[in-house]
Design a protein around this ligand. Structure first.
Ligand code: MG
Length: 342
């Protein structure tokens, strides 16, 4: 990959450290007001921002652009991902998403039937969490300027201040939960692109996560959470640890990876911990509540394979005890190895 300090490269959009540096330098460095009423603002780089309305209530808001290729992939499509991606960034703040706004930029010549399929898919995904699509915008541009379509969705959630969970709240002794198998989305996209013929087994996990958040909150305390999208769990775990100035000790045996994900991962030399998930949550929970929260998540539609994968420790490193009895440092990836994944 050609790399120049003066140009934006693919790696700047890939969810890793290079992207974080660009956000700090060029975006945050040139904006003067980045939060409202003392709420969570842009500088927190959390999954969503908050606007406190009064002493008790907050609006939670976020926005995501979706450029996934191909538009239709095993387990989902750009419609499902552009709804779930944004609904999930609201959900992992601990607040129920209520609405989406939907802006589409479509390439001239796009099939009407494909557009209809995509909108129906967005609708079905919103129905799962009873969220509404309340406003939008549609633009069509020359087919030599855009290969298919880009969908940008903004989400809103409304809740109580005490409901808000940040990604920075981990404390030493907390247990770490992952709500299911890792790497499914990134590897499904990769295998479809490479034409591996795994389409029947390997599916994207793209799904709305709200039901798992709701179930967990009912039975215990979540101290921090994030959806491990670009950069995978390696990125999410490190971001959460760094923000809280803590470390983690994880058990590889307990981190669920599907055999078909493992197979594609071996073939491509891509670490399943470093690729995107689109229907999972990494959660820090109070140790005393961990088992109850785990069982509650396992009863939900998308949480059957949830596991307690380790605990929060002193120190600043995310360390995994490997299957063969060694130790491996889990580092934040420089970039997600799979471009245009979401
Ligand atoms: Mg997120």
């Amino acid at each position: 990959m050609a790399y120049s300090d003066d140009k934006i490269n693919m790696v700047h959009g890939a969810g890793g450290e290079v992207m974080q540096d660009m956000i700090s330098d060029i975006i945050l460095g040139n904006l003067s007001k980045t939060s409202v009423n003392g709420g969570i603002g842009l500088e927190s780089l959390d999954d969503s921002a908050t606007i406190p309305l009064d002493d008790d209530h907050v609006v939670v808001t976020t926005i995501d652009a979706h450029t996934v290729q191909p538009l239709f992939f095993p387990g989902g499509d750009i419609g499902r991902i552009s709804a779930a991606g944004t609904l999930n960034d609201i959900s992992v703040m601990g607040v129920k998403p209520v609405s989406l706004s939907n802006a589409m930029v479509i390439s001239e010549g796009f099939e009407r039937s494909d557009l209809e399929r995509i909108i129906k898919s967005m609708n079905e995904t919103c129905e799962e969490v009873d969220a509404a699509i309340i406003t939008g915008d549609t633009k069509v541009i020359d087919s030599d300027k855009l290969d298919s379509m880009i969908i940008t969705t903004a989400g809103i959630g409304i809740g109580k201040k005490e409901d808000v969970v940040r990604d920075s709240g981990l404390e030493v002794g907390d247990k770490v939960i992952i709500t299911g198998s890792v790497g499914d989305h990134g590897m499904a996209i990769m295998s479809k692109r490479e034409g591996f013929g795994y389409e029947t087994e390997l599916k994207s996990d793209v799904a709305p996560v709200w039901s798992m958040v709701e179930a967990a909150k009912e039975v215990g305390t979540i101290t921090a959470m994030k959806d491990p999208t670009r950069g995978g769990i390696a990125n999410a775990l490190n971001e959460m640890a760094t923000k809280a100035s803590v470390g983690m000790r994880l058990d590889e045996e307990r981190i669920p990876v599907k055999p078909e994900v493992e197979a594609v991962s071996d073939m491509l030399g891509i670490d399943p911990f470093e690729v995107a998930n689109e229907g999972k949550i990494v959660m820090g929970v109070k140790a005393d509540d961990a088992e109850d929260i785990l069982q509650a998540i396992r009863k939900t539609k998308y949480g059957k394979d949830a596991e307690i994968i380790g605990e929060v420790t002193e120190g600043k490193r995310v360390i995994m005890e490997t299957l063969i009895g060694g130790e491996r440092l889990i580092e934040p990836p420089i970039a997600d190895p799979v471009p245009r994944v979401c």
